[in-house]
Design a protein around this ligand. Structure first.
Ligand SMILES: [Zn+2]
Length: 470
């Protein structure tokens, strides 16, 4: 490996030491941006939908296109790889590109996925989902934001820094994020040595709004279970036995109703609440985004952002019961429901499951037999407040946008983040993104704000250089 391929050592001459360093890098990004935007358009034209009902040969073409971009950005070792699942099935192609760290410098893993969601109904799009078009400063197309802009941001930072990276870089572009990263665990296990890094930048989230960057510092975790109630050995006539015996559906409904108090606050005792976020949602836009009709009151208490990001939430996501059309005058003997609980950052999923289970067993109405079966457990995420990587990111974002990043949370989980933490517990994870609330990722008319994408490229270049200082 020659010196130039390995990158300049951070202490040889630091790009950032010059008083106009940020301005100079900004000029370089601006010069590169038209070509980068064309590369993004070319990626959007490849319909890399990972959903199995779509042509999966396109995924290979997509992976090759990403690999070519990374080679062109100076990555000496670029591979298209698959993982093999426990059942022998092959994962969709992932791209791993590496450039070793100069001696003593950290290695940074840059993540973005190259697969996309299905386009949905063409009639809901104002232009073809795979025909990128610019309107009012935004580039429209499936994947223009989620997450092909993430790939292009990594490529852009690599191009802008060239041989002045100062850190080792591994770019990892997964091909099945949109179907829940089913082979991510096996992939990490198989290629752990290739992917090991000191800092991980996962560019698959959102900024706060156009012009204001965001760092995703918390993700809720997930715990689900199936709860079953039994009140009779078999179904009986509701005229002959109704009155002293309540049916299983009523019993189940009463049990499920104990999961919240009268105000809709989660009533399972002992669950963790993380501190309130520093920003909040405005109720009007929340109602519009959720499609809540007028007159429906919001449940819970505290700020809306807190209710969505830092407190637990419980939803019943399925109930087994006789359908209305097949109903007869019988008292149902048993029923079951699937309960899905979002847990706050900082909560242990196994502990949360036990609390939920204890609550359900303790509230069995009328002595009904209640059984709780465990389901999936997903860990929440909370970025350490003041890690060196976090400080470097805050600095880089503020330099690039001219305004400090907002700490944001996500109410859902990003499954691969939990997997990464499992395999690389000592790595600092930065969850960044190219989206904004108008990006409509997964929806019709998905788009990326081109001005913000340019800010993301500069911020990432600045971040890499800052991390090179150690
Ligand atoms: Zn994504």
């Amino acid at each position: 490996m020659t010196d130039s391929a390995a990158g300049t050592r951070p202490d040889d001459h630091d790009l950032l030491d010059a008083p106009d360093a940020v301005a100079r890098l900004r000029t370089r990004v601006a010069a590169q941006f038209p070509a980068l935007r064309e590369d993004l358009e070319a990626l959007v034209r490849i319909p890399s939908v990972s959903n199995a009902t779509f042509d999966q040969s396109v995924m290979d073409r997509s992976a090759q296109a990403v690999a070519d971009l990374l080679r062109g950005a100076g990555m000496p070792d670029v591979r298209v790889l698959h993982a093999t699942g426990p059942d022998g099935s092959r994962s969709r192609p992932a791209v791993v590109a590496r450039r070793p760290a100069p001696q003593g410098a950290p290695t940074v893993l840059l993540y973005a996925h190259h697969d996309v969601q299905p386009p949905g109904d063409r009639a809901h799009w104002d232009s073809g989902p795979f025909e990128p078009v610019e309107r009012e400063g935004r580039l429209y197309g499936r994947g223009a934001a989620d997450d092909k802009a993430g790939i292009v941001a990594h490529v852009g930072a690599l191009r802008v820094l060239g041989d002045e990276l100062g850190v080792g870089v591994t770019v990892f572009s997964e091909g099945e994020e949109e179907i829940g990263s089913p082979q991510f665990g096996p992939f990490l296990a198989e290629h752990q040595d290739l992917l090991a890094a000191d800092v991980i930048v996962a560019a698959d989230s959102s900024n706060w709004k156009v012009g204001t960057p965001g760092l995703t510092t918390t993700l809720r975790g997930l715990v689900d279970c199936t709860v079953e109630v039994e009140v009779l050995r078999q179904a009986v006539h509701s005229g002959m036995f109704g009155g002293p015996v309540l049916d299983a559906y009523t019993i189940l409904a009463r049990l499920l109703a104990t999961l919240h108090d009268a105000d809709g606050e989660v009533a399972v005792p002992g669950l963790h609440h993380a501190p309130e976020p520093s920003v909040d949602y405005d109720e009007r836009s929340f109602r519009a985004d959720a499609g809540l009709p007028d007159g429906i009151r919001l449940a819970g208490s505290g700020s809306l952002a807190g209710r969505l990001w830092t407190k637990p939430a419980i939803a019943v996501v399925g109930i087994d019961a006789t359908g209305v059309d097949a109903a007869s005058n019988t008292i149902a003997p048993r029923s079951r429901a699937k309960v899905s609980m979002r847990i706050a950052p900082g909560q242990d999923p196994a502990e949360a499951f036990e609390l939920l289970k204890e609550h359900l067993l303790a509230h069995a109405p009328f002595g009904a037999r209640v059984t709780v079966h465990d389901g999936d457990l997903g860990k929440p995420f909370a970025a350490p407040e003041d890690s060196a990587a976090m400080q470097a990111a805050r600095w880089a974002f503020e330099q690039s946008w001219g305004t400090a990043p907002v700490d944001i949370g996500i109410g859902g989980s990003i499954p691969f983040i939990a997997d990464l933490l499992e395999v690389f517990p000592d790595a600092a994870i930065l969850v960044t993104g190219v989206e904004d609330p108008d990006s409509l990722a997964h929806g019709a008319n998905e788009s990326v704000h081109l001005g913000d994408l340019e800010h993301v490229v500069l911020a990432e270049a600045l971040l890499l250089r800052r991390l090179a200082r150690g």
